[in-house]
Design a protein around this ligand. Sequence first.
Ligand code: HGY
Ligand code: MN
Ligand code: MN
Ligand code: MN
Length: 409
Amino acid sequence: MNNLAVNADRLWSDLMETAQIGGTQKGGIRRLTLSDEDRQVRDWFRAQCETLGCTVEVDEVGNMFATRPGRRGDLPPIAMGSHLDTQPTGGKFDGVLGVLAGLECLRTLHDAAYQTNAPLMLVNWTNEEGSRFAPAMLGSGVHAGVFDPAFADTREDSEHNTFGSALDSIGYRGPLKAGSLSIGAMFELHIEQGPILEAEGDTIGIVKGVQGMRWYDVEITGRESHAGSTPMHLRRDALTSSAEFICAIDRIAREMKDAVATVGTIATHPNSRNVIPGRTVLSIDLRHPDKGSLDSIEAQLDAALADIARAHGVTATMVRIWDSPPVPFAETCLQSIRQAARQCGYRSREMISGAGHDAAYIARVAPTAMIFVPCAGGLSHNEEEDASFEDCKAGAQVLLQAVLDYDRR
Ligand code: HGY
Ligand code: MN
Ligand code: MN
Ligand code: MN
């Protein structure tokens, strides 16, 4: 048993300092992946890690790996990490808490001149959010061999900038071959981004896995025509059809226990108030803990779209562009988190993650698990996202003790 304790004031000060990089009027953060704000926080992160004597390596999709040597260089490193990019209207804690809590753990060990057996590694994964460049978790997905670096390079944002050109423009295409650094285990601390811990009065979530996630692009094509002279029964209105489909998506998801479905983006063409829309594109984010249920919902969506297209005389396509299956986390890592939560004396509960995380992909190449702490009202992906000083301190302390417990096993 060690008496190591994180310095929560230092962690909180880092959180508030980095929140200024891309800080918004409403107190949130806009730090889109591979933007200049992302470059600034990456530079800050690298400088902090190098000050601690870590070596910082960057791979070919910008994933950053800071390594602290252990007694036994032959052992694969135990990693902590998450992401520094945010949603366009992101909050101060999503992703960044996991990276800065890992930094605080390294500082605590450094201050105590405590040497672990295995090396430790702190990772900033590129493009976890997937908001600017789809799909989400792209950097960790490339590391885990799910996506090819060349695929990542071609991804385009809404202004048709490619991932590759944006990565080069901020100078973070590193020399390291993706996936070449081995990871012995990974622990990701994250805010829950949901209401359970707060509602149940628990401080620590022991996260056993991540639910399945699928993204679709839907395109509905009708016929542009005059808003004034086209009778209702002769229209082939792409936007009305989309509206009906969106209501069908919502109904189908509500009918399947534990399913969630979101239409987060929609665009219509020509987007003129007196032209009947001829083309609409929209996105679907569908999630469920069970693959069979995802398949069933997908089939229902396909059928509903075909019925709506027939009824409105439009054509419609729904293409799955991303499929991240449900992921169970490693029992060995969960044991260390359980032990750490007990040792630190925090109330904890076992749970599944509703949100996607880099840990979902890293679990494919290394024993991995996550630690959650509450966020106010369960709100996230919102500029009002908030977490308490005490809960961030608890999460960082459990992260530290879980890593040390794993290191001793
Ligand atoms: O979409 C997600 O679940 C993650 O927060 N990017
Ligand atoms: Mn996140
Ligand atoms: Mn997020
Ligand atoms: Mn995440």
